[in-house]
Design a protein around this ligand. Structure first.
Ligand code: PEP
Ligand code: MN
Length: 456
């Protein structure tokens, strides 16, 4: 067993300050009842193979640099909280297909390459507003990596190893899907689900898919070997999650081959949440020392000065593609709050210094009269529209969207093509945390965003 602070251990050394966060305030960490068990678990995670590789993180950073320059668009999506039970082949396939479907609509509609990043293969920890849930009196559910939703909810560090194993398995499956032919452009019809295919939206998608097929057939007829073209054969698919549990993230930190750069190898892109982004806090400190592409969530209380200070801290060397700012302002606030932030950052650091990405989910959550936490599709779209308006008026690039979605036909968000109502929510409300767009609502969002990109 390697010791946590052993400088010779695979997880890096203290010489680069990778453990400086331990002296700082870390918000949202579980209160583990058994510290010895935590230590043993962390020792295990320090010696396991990493889930992703430094080179992959570098390639993603290059792709994101293209997004920052306005030459590509970022699509980030997946569950609010993944669960061990729902980490099945079918579940992963559904989410990947939904992302591919959305990406093709965006690529085709907007004539921009789309960088595809799953909120998958690691999204197992959740920040919560209270330690104890008022409705049940139980400890809050903090994600499957910490405690179980249906049970006593006592934090159990052994769940961290299960989170690692589930993440590795999911990523392995995602990699296989990316290269086994199922993500090839020629399979564009297969990504549609029967449910969506029978709706007007599905017909619109089928039309687009038929267009693409014709174009491919034309290229083949002209003698082009499309099977060897990177754009048609296989797909690049990346993973991301909120880097919330610092013991876990630190344990999966490794140096690259040169031994000079540390990477958080639990996923390709790691983001800091709205609740843990304190400038002098532990999360910002650890992530500032990692070479991955980093995301930063900012909510409506963020000041332009605060945003700039965080950006300077996370990307002091102005590395292209390093930093994605994920704004989650709410439909009612985005047009007021975001302009000053974008303007200040662009003014001080130059255009394209970060990727501006819109999370239209987290500022638009509300509770229905019948007690469901939900979001209305119209509010989600209104925030995206506001985000595009802000960037249009400032001449900056609306770089991407970050959405909570699933490939299943759940009934968690209101509205959309099927006009889901309060009463419909009970039908298939399955999320372990926040309400997700279903397959149809996700596709609808993609069509609307493609139109906005076209109009730019
Ligand atoms: C989330 O992405 O699920 C989340 C908790 O978001 P935020 O940090 O923006 O509140
Ligand atoms: Mn969420």
């Amino acid at each position: 067993m390697t010791h946590l602070l052993d400088p010779t251990a695979g997880a890096g050394s203290t010489r680069d300050g990778l453990d400086a966060w331990r002296e700082l305030t870390a918000e949202q960490q579980p209160t583990w009842p058994d510290r010895q068990l935590l230590k043993e678990t962390i020792d295990t995670l320090t010696s396991v193979p990493p889930i992703v590789q430094p080179h992959e993180c570098d390639v993603l950073r290059e792709r994101l640099a293209g997004v920052a320059r306005g030459e590509a668009f970022l699509l980030q999506g997946g569950d609010c909280a993944e669960t061990f039970d729902a980490n099945t082949a079918e579940g992963i396939r559904g989410k990947v297909r939904t992302l591919l479907q959305m990406a093709i609509v965006l690529t085709y509609g907007a004539s921009l390459p789309v960088v595809k990043v799953g909120r998958m293969a690691g999204q197992y920890a959740k920040p919560r507003s209270a330690d104890i849930e008022t409705t049940t009196g139980l400890p809050s559910y903090r994600g499957d990596a910490v405690n179980e939703l249906h049970g006593e909810r006592t934090p159990d560090p052994r769940r961290l190893v299960r989170a690692y194993a589930n993440s590795a398995a999911a990523l392995n499956f995602m990699r296989a899907m990316a290269t086994d032919g199922s993500a090839d452009l020629e399979k564009v019809h297969d990504w549609n689900t029967a449910f969506v295919a029978s709706s007007p939206l599905g017909h619109k998608y089928e039309e687009l898919a038929t267009d693409i097929e014709r174009a491919l057939a034309f290229m083949k007829a002209c003698g082009l070997d499309i099977s060897s073209m990177p754009a048609t054969h296989g797909v690049e698919l990346y993973s991301s999650h909120e880097a919330l549990l610092l013991d876990y993230e630190r344990a999966l930190t490794r140096y690259d081959d040169t031994g000079t750069r540390a990477y958080g190898l639990s996923g390709h892109l790691l983001w800091v949440g709205e609740r843990t982004r304190q400038l002098d806090g532990a999360h910002i400190d650890l992530l500032s020392r990692l070479s991955n592409p980093i995301g930063l969530k900012i909510g409506p209380s963020t000041t332009p000065e605060e945003a700039l200070a965080l950006i300077d801290r996370l990307d002091p060397s102005h590395v292209p593609g390093r930093l994605t700012i994920i704004s989650r302002m709410g439909a009612g606030r985005v047009r007021d709050v975001l302009p000053a932030i974008v303007e200040h950052v662009t003014d001080r650091r130059g255009p394209g210094s970060v990727i501006w990405c819109c999370d239209p989910m987290h500022g638009n959550t509300r509770e229905t009269a019948n007690g469901y936490k939900t979001r209305h599709f119209d509010d989600v779209m209104d925030e995206v529209r506001g985000f595009f308006e802000v960037h249009a008026s400032l001449g900056t690039h609306p770089g991407g969207v970050h959405v909570e979605l699933t490939g299943d036909e759940v009934t968690e968000c209101l509205g959309g093509a099927h006009q889901l109502t309060d009463e419909d929510l009970a039908g298939r409300y399955e999320t372990a945390c926040d309400p997700r767009l279903n397959n149809g609502q996700s596709l609808e969002l993609a069509f609307l965003v493609a139109e906005m990109l076209q109009r730019r």
